[in-house]
Design a protein around this ligand. Structure first.
Ligand SMILES: Nc1nc2c(ncn2[C@@H]2O[C@H](COP(=O)(O)OP(=O)(O)OP(=O)(O)O)[C@@H](O)[C@H]2O)c(=O)[nH]1
Ligand SMILES: [Mg+2]
Length: 406
């Protein structure tokens, strides 16, 4: 009898505890998302205790790797913790990922490049190896280059040079052809550019990098990947979410930041991007950060109002000092349209470097040549996948080798 009463009491207590938990977690969910304020908020990395944390679920579950978790693509609202209103808690973040070292990335990612690009390199080699290099073959070579988005003028130059050199060569061995093609492609890609992303101001203030481009090219992803590269190199980073079009955009950037312990300065949806960018640099200066990365909203180069706004963001940031790098992010799969975008963006903000994303998904790697030619500005980074460490410095030699050797 006593046992029965005890069992009933235990059952009642258990129900009470469970319903208490449910209520408290419901109550938590019903809290309004951080109320938009007129001043930007600075989010701290996760895992710092906040009021009410005890009522949350236990955190013992095994940590998943970043590959398993994946990262948001910005198309959906992320379920990250609401922005912390009180700025800057000094406690060091824990459970921060250590990104992969940057050295040798292109070697690791080379296979991806080769998979999509070697139709170009192999195709050219096969054509050049034909016994009779007649006009028709040269036309095919030309077509191959144009299809890969090398652009008309560079294609013509390359074909003229190859024709001349093949003629001088007389008999051709496959090795000779390979090194000849390699040299000529390298000459077009230019080995004289300084391709280092400039993240040092040379002063005692942080280096400031702004990331621009049309919608969906990979700006936020690139900003996040770049933050990881910098953190891996031992630099401290502040992120500025100057994309105020969608709340999810700031969440997306913040998620990238949280994974490596970088703070994100963000503001209300629909707020003024220039003031957020300004505040991000201010925060970077205040906390003695090494680098401030500013992500901007995707904007169509054809919309004058949006392009004017971008010019304003840049001018306002420059009140703190000159920008060290303005990176234009271009989606390699969009082909020649990228050149038009490049031209317009370069008019509004001086582009200092190009990031070519999604090179893993296209055989149109020739756009590297075309876009450098168009702007006179080097491709500094290439995106070779959606993974967090799939951003590589652009190295012409490794690129050409991947084209030709596969
Ligand atoms: N395959 C591949 N996908 C990429 C690469 N870079 C970015 N992406 C994907 O492209 C999509 C858009 O990336 P975002 O970083 O959100 O692009 P965005 O320019 O910030 O977009 P908006 O802010 O909407 O203008 C995401 O699904 C990314 O994962 C890349 O190098 N390769
Ligand atoms: Mg974005």
């Amino acid at each position: 009898m006593d046992i029965v009463i005890l069992a009933v009491v235990i059952a009642l207590v258990a129900v009470g505890v469970i319903s208490g938990l449910v209520v408290s977690s419901r109550r938590k969910k019903q809290l309004p998302p951080s109320a938009p304020s007129s001043t930007p908020t600075i989010t701290t990395p996760p895992a710092e205790p906040h009021v009410g944390d005890e009522s949350g679920p236990p955190r013992e579950e095994p940590r998943r790797t970043i590959e398993e978790v994946g990262l948001p693509d910005g198309t959906e609202a992320t379920a990250t913790a609401p922005a912390v209103e009180d700025p800057v808690v000094a406690a060091p973040p824990v459970a921060i990922e250590i990104p992969e070292p940057t050295a040798g990335r292109l070697v690791r990612l080379r296979a991806r490049l080769a998979r999509s690009q070697n139709t170009l390199g192999k195709g050219l080699l096969t054509l050049l190896s034909r016994e009779h290099l007649d006009d028709e073959t040269w036309e095919e070579i030309e077509d191959t280059l144009l299809t890969a988005d090398v652009g008309v003028a560079p294609t013509q130059e390359l074909v003229d040079r190859l024709r001349e050199r093949v003629r001088v060569l007389g008999t051709r061995t496959p090795d000779e052809l390979r090194s000849l093609l390699r040299e000529e492609l390298l000459a077009l890609l230019r080995t004289d550019f300084d391709r280092a992303v400039k993240t040092e101001s040379g002063l005692d203030t942080p280096g400031v990098v702004m990331v621009v481009g049309v919608n969906g090219t990979g700006k936020t992803t690139t900003t996040g990947k770049l933050a990881r590269v910098l953190v891996a190199d031992g630099r401290s980073v502040v992120l500025g979410a100057a994309d105020t079009f969608r709340a999810a955009a700031a969440d997306q950037l913040q998620t990238w930041g949280e994974r490596v312990g970088a703070r994100t300065v963000r503001g209300p949806e629909g707020g003024d991007p220039a003031s957020i960018a300004f505040d991000a640099v201010k925060e970077g200066i205040a906390e003695g950060a090494d680098v401030v990365l500013i992500d901007t909203a995707g904007r169509l180069h054809t919309k004058t109002g949006l392009m004017d706004e971008l010019g304003k963001v840049k001018r306002v940031v420059e009140k703190h000092g000159p920008l060290d790098e303005v990176l234009l992010v271009l989606d390699a799969t969009t082909g020649q349209n990228g050149l038009v975008q490049a031209r317009v963006f370069a008019e509004v903000v001086d582009i200092t470097g190009i990031v070519l994303t999604k090179l893993d998904g296209t055989a149109k790697g020739g756009i590297v040549i075309a876009v450098q030619r168009e702007l006179g500005v080097p491709v500094k980074l290439i995106g070779l996948g959606e993974g967090p460490d799939d951003l590589a410095p652009f190295e012409p030699e490794a690129f050409v080798d991947a084209l030709i050797d596969g």
